[in-house]
Design a protein around this ligand. Sequence first.
Ligand code: AHR
Length: 843
Amino acid sequence: MTMKISGYSNIIAVIVFSLFFLSCKENDTIIIDVAHEGAEISPSLYGVFFEEITHSGDGGLYPEMVLNRGFEDGTPPSGTRIVDGYAVAEAKPCYSNDSINHFKIKWDENLYMNGWTLECVDGTTPEYAIVSDEPLHPATPHALSIATGKSKGLVNLINSGYWGMAVSEGKTYKLNVYLKLKDGYKGAFQAALIDKDGKELWTAGILADEEGWQKYATQFTSFVTANDLRLKLTFANQGTVLVDQVSLFPVETFHERPNGLREDVATLIADLKPGFIRWPGGCIVEGLTFENRIKWKETIGDPLTRPGEYNLWGYRSTMGFGYHEFLQFCEDTGAEGMFVCNAGMSCLFRNGDYCDANQLNQLITEALDAIEYALGDTTTTWGRKRMENGHPEKFPLKYIEIGNENIGMRYAENYNRFYQAIHEKYPEVKIICALMFSKYLKYAEKVDIIDPHYYETAGWFYNNADVYDKLPADYPYQIYVGEYAAIGGANLNSSLAEAAFLTGVERNADKVKMVSYAPLIENAAHGRDHLIVLKNDSSFGRTNYHVLKMFSNNRPDVNLHTELIPIQTPEIYQTAGFVGIGTDNSCASFQSLKVIHDGKVVYETDFSDWKERWEPVSGEWTVENGTLKQKNKQGSAMAILKNFSVEDCTIELKARRDAGVQGFRVMFGGKDQQNYLMADLGSHTNESVLFREITDHSNTSLFDYRVEYPILINHWYDVKINIEKNHWTCFMDAEPVYEYTHKVAPKHYVVSGYDKQKGEVVIKVVNGEDTSWNTSFDLKNASKTTGEGKTITLSYPDKSAENSFEQPDKIVPKETVFKTGTSFGYSFEPHSLTILRIPCEKN
Ligand code: AHR
């Protein structure tokens, strides 16, 4: 008899080991050879990637409570100017293809007062202006000028905070306000925290009578816990007051650092035991325009001297969590630092403009200076700066990444120059190339590590858990999976899909050296999809946080050879269904479509039958002289051949990309408009050819790793898609460019390794199915098991469930012990990630 482990109780269950499973024919067998070691697993395999996005920093990890503390939120993004309510970038060629992107975003100049309101006690609005002629510091050029003398009575200046301010009983907070008093203003002003009804919970009178810009400071220990507070500054006297850099900041921070991090959030990250931390991005490294990129030198020193920048995720970053704080956070968490620098170009989906050769030299110098700031001794310029900023010791910077998600020849050329300069001066620093599996890698002279990113559906992650098993053994580059996330549903199922993918990452630790999820943190005001969700007074880890923590905290030193022998071989998938054509963000033309089944032409058209036989599902389709044209450049378009279903077949047609950013598509095996397969020709902004599976309207790519095949504009391609059961081949101009075998197997995944220090076999198992998974384990060449193992299980009956502020611990790992041996049976719960730790030695 075997007892099923209850994952839903806190009771430590003792599981009765039984040989039942060994003799049971219905179990899949898992054979682990303890003497057969595979790749060593890098101690830095599991890390984190921080980017300022969705208020992960400001309003998140960085605990400044005043929103828009320097009255700078109205400053347009660098490299743009305001035209008719838009911040318009200079029309410059995009680095990837020399197109002019004409990039602009809506702009609201009232943002200078973002977060702030002003009122006189009688309800009227006082006279005020945003001024820039008497700056407190060049980095904070704007200030609020209040003409109290021309206003009626007391004037209240109120800040909303980031969706309210939160204080906790017994915790201390410090308030700093910079004021310049003019026109005879003299006397005290009052600071108060008020609740939503305006009731004052804390007040302080602060004497202000100095000339010129002065800092006024106080601090208080809260006697209440509340999360809906606002800061109110009250000016009672006559004259003019200039206000700037108002800050309310907790004294207690992570590791008690000044200008430090929010304790609860930083602790959640530290508990992941990250091997490395990547900073600062992400797309914000690239910027909306080249000028808008992150400039690390503007992110160190007194926060008041950091100008901040509007970030391409839609708000202005204070950069309070800057380069120094990032390095300090690495030190405080025991992680290695990974700094990402701009590669000389802005984001190609935004302006995409790039720098000239001179500026590139400066950028390379900036990158070298960043390394010197972390690693240089205190006699160097930037090492001394680090000391002046309170940290004479070196920081644990280990990696530098040249750019983020860049593509193309210009990138490869710039990368070569960065690589040479950095490697020559700092051979100990590991350099990461931002190219993914790209054809441009061949133009990069020396590549050590590449950085593929995956934002795909849960189905993709389940399907591609073996993506790195398929890489050739002699694949020349190490892999850093810098960003991955199962999108389209933040729940246990998507988290288990990521877990399935991580089993493949860990098994291929000889190829994959590091992995980090993205994005890391989300303020709940934006959504609840990321790894850590927070609001001003609380935070929780989603189920994928717990998945990552389980993998990271149970990282073995070395892989063990593991074989899964399923009792049933999965049936071979038979492709069957409708045929169609389409586009994505592009216009295309089609001619002479033919479907051949069993050696016979079963359908052939010059599109003269368009009206009777085809259903245009989306897009703008017209037939002109035997050519079918799709003319809408926006979004995806699809047309389906009506009342037609076919199994194995060959689809032949001529297709031409006329305009737009991608190529064209051929649909097959369609069940209905939400569920079908397709060859996506010119996917990923016209970089690749691949097959996709669309289930319930969401795109699941089935590619192993990308095949680069851009679709030329105005070229008529002979397209042929050959479908034999589950094996599909795509030919372009008679050349086979992509092949895929679609295997439909149960969502069962296993990887194992050995923890040398603890002397334990560590087995990670994902059961993504709705039913239990009964298995029989055989630990070959194992001896001296103590007879008792440990299990850590993350599971829940409803796979669409997720943690929340109301129930942050609804789905968290549960630990049990179980009786074990060198052979044992185990039933894995439906929708579960389970880690078995079995003390044993090898024979
Ligand atoms: O994680 C969000 C963004 O996704 C990152 O900034 C970028 O690298 C990717 O496209």
